[in-house]
Design a protein around this ligand. Structure first.
Ligand SMILES: NC(=O)c1ccc[n+]([C@@H]2O[C@H](COP(=O)([O-])OP(=O)(O)OC[C@H]3O[C@@H](n4cnc5c(N)ncnc54)[C@H](O)[C@@H]3O)[C@@H](O)[C@H]2O)c1
Ligand SMILES: C[N+](C)(C)CC=O
Length: 500
């Protein structure tokens, strides 16, 4: 997979149809989280570069050609980008694995999803025919049309770098917006590559812009600029609060996908082996660095001990390793800083009285010492007063709570400020549906975990987000609704100054 790396080539920004270096001349090294090897060097943009990208997107939008391009043509371009992503899927997957250290198998799955997302929104692009509504006034018609919002700032995180970017790019472009994309400074490689593919697909200059750099500079400028009409952000809640405040200057539209602390509720009638399997996948996939990770196992008392025992036994067998080794099941965390955060939470869990029954430390294998690894970790005897249960750890750390009644299961599941996703497991379909409908989350899985696809909306209740990505709702986020009213028989009003 080394053939896809070129550490001596500088990754650049794409502004107004040109590949550019940062005005400051600064650069940033990108490292492989498995062994801290330098894998790439990219230009490090700043506020000035963000301003140039925003200005380019503004000009391209205000010129009007792109927004007025027939929707079927815009859809065809988005579809062409899907084809190019499929053509280069193996290279994109390798770059994603170098950047994040997630396994190649995971990255290959992500690339398939990403091509599917571009294809889905390409197909939706020309399906909106507007709507004629019943006007209450004689001799008039009222039509509802959807139009692009304008210039969209798009800020993505490091855990699913291209997947989260694609959820923003595809609907924004399909609906005629212009974009300034800012990937996480830690993981820009696949977003650079996909921008190259957008250029190859033939998007007009200024429609797709890419800026690279840090959140507090480049990202903040996107959030603050009065020339940006919408800011779409995926990331942590504290960053979300800052962006929300920064966005007030011109009251821009905001679309937020934030964190989660997702309950996995298991009733005693669930098949034990199936439950064990999905509990592991729910929390340890991508080392728990998943917004919808099943970090909170909430299990019925009579199944608790057997389930915990089975989960511990299988967790012990998880193979930690390198992204390109097909035997690897779990990779490292993204950075030293993030590992320190996860380890702080493990200490908090211990201090709060949660009982550590597995992990909590780093692997001893000499081959893994340069990677930011934390062993899969399990706490039992947890309750909702604990920070380890309430706050997003974003690592391979599972907490276990027990319940005795359906009401208690619902109360525990909902006892969180988050509301991204959750699952309920039971062979009793009526009960499963009752519980699912009582769970205050944007996605609830029944007898499954962590399923998402282009056709279904994704987003959070409560502090997990604002708005939706994917599905028809994900397209609508990028549109303004306009009411066009026409009078066919306009008569004088004579309201003012008409009397003699
Ligand atoms: N809900 C979802 O679908 C979803 C999906 C993926 C990740 N997430 C969440 O993302 C978080 C992990 O990602 P992260 O650590 O990259 O998040 P983060 O908030 O640290 O960073 C996300 C992005 O915001 C930028 N940023 C940072 N400070 C900024 C500022 N002041 N102004 C503007 N932009 C700024 C960063 O550069 C990065 O591009 C987790 O909380 C996870 O749950 C949510
Ligand atoms: C939304 N998802 C599950 C793809 C990634 C969350 O981190």
């Amino acid at each position: 997979m080394e053939q896809y790396l070129n550490p001596d080539t500088l990754g650049k920004m794409y502004i107004d149809g040109e590949w550019r270096e940062a005005a400051s001349g600064k650069t940033r090294d990108i490292i492989y989280p498995y062994d801290q090897r330098k894998i790439a060097r990219v230009t490090e943009g700043d506020v000035e570069d963000a301003r140039q990208a925003i200005a380019a997107a503004r000009r391209a939008f205000d010129k009007g050609d792109w927004a007025r391009t027939p929707a079927s043509e815009r859809g065809a371009l988005v579809g062409k980008l899907a084809d190019l992503i499929e053509r280069d899927a193996e290279e994109l997957a390798a770059l994603e694995s170098w950047d994040t250290a997630k396994t190649m198998e995971e990255s290959r799955g992500d690339m398939q999803d990403i091509a599917g997302i571009f294809r889905y929104f390409a197909g939706l692009a020309d399906k909106d025919a507007g709507e004629v509504i019943a006007s209450p006034i004689p001799n008039t018609t009222s039509t509802i049309v959807r139009e692009p919002v304008g210039v969209c700032g798009q800020i993505s995180p490091w855990n699913y770098p291209l997947l989260q970017a694609s959820w923003k790019m595809a609907p924004a472009l399909a609906t005629g917006n212009t974009i300034v994309m800012k990937p996480s400074e830690d993981t820009p490689l696949t977003t650079i590559k996909v921008t190259q593919l957008a250029e190859e697909a033939g998007f007009p200059a200024g429609v797709v812009n890419l800026v690279l750099g840090a959140g507090p500079t480049v990202g903040k400028e996107l959030a603050e600029s009065v020339d940006v009409d919408l800011i779409s952000f995926t990331g942590g809640i504290e960053t979300g609060r800052k962006i929300m405040q920064a966005a007030t200057g011109n009251m821009k539209k905001i679309a937020f996908e934030l964190g989660g602390k997702n309950p996995n509720v298991i009733f005693a009638d669930t098949d034990l082996e199936l439950a064990i399997d999905y509990v592991l996948n729910g929390i340890f996939f991508h080392a728990g660095q998943v917004c919808s990770a099943g970090a909170r196992l909430i299990v019925e008392d009579s199944l608790h001990d057997k389930l915990v025992e089975g989960v511990i036994e299988r967790t012990k067998k998880i193979r930690l390793g390198e992204a390109f080794d097909p035997k690897t099941e779990m990779g490292p965390l993204i950075s030293e800083k993030h590992r320190a955060k996860v380890e702080r939470y493990i200490q908090i869990g211990k201090d709060e009285g949660a009982k550590l029954v597995l992990g909590g430390d780093r692997p001893s294998d000499p081959a893994l010492q340069k990677g930011f690894f934390v062993n899969p970790t399990i706490f039992v005897d947890c309750d909702t007063s604990m920070r380890i249960v309430q706050e997003e750890v974003f690592g391979p750390v599972l907490t276990v709570e027990r319940f005795h009644t359906e009401e208690e299961a619902i109360r525990l599941a909902n006892d969180t400020t988050y509301g991204l996703s959750g699952a309920v497991w039971s062979k009793d379909q009526n009960r499963a549906h009752r519980v699912a409908s009582a769970m205050r989350m944007g996605t609830v899985w029944i007898n499954d975990f962590n399923i998402y696809f282009a056709q279904a909306p994704w987003g959070g209740y409560k502090q997990s987000g604002i708005g939706r990505e994917l599905g028809a709702a994900g397209l609508e986020e990028y549109t303004e609704i306009k009411h066009v009213y026409q009078n066919y028989a306009t008569e004088p009003l004579n309201w003012f100054g008409a009397s003699s």
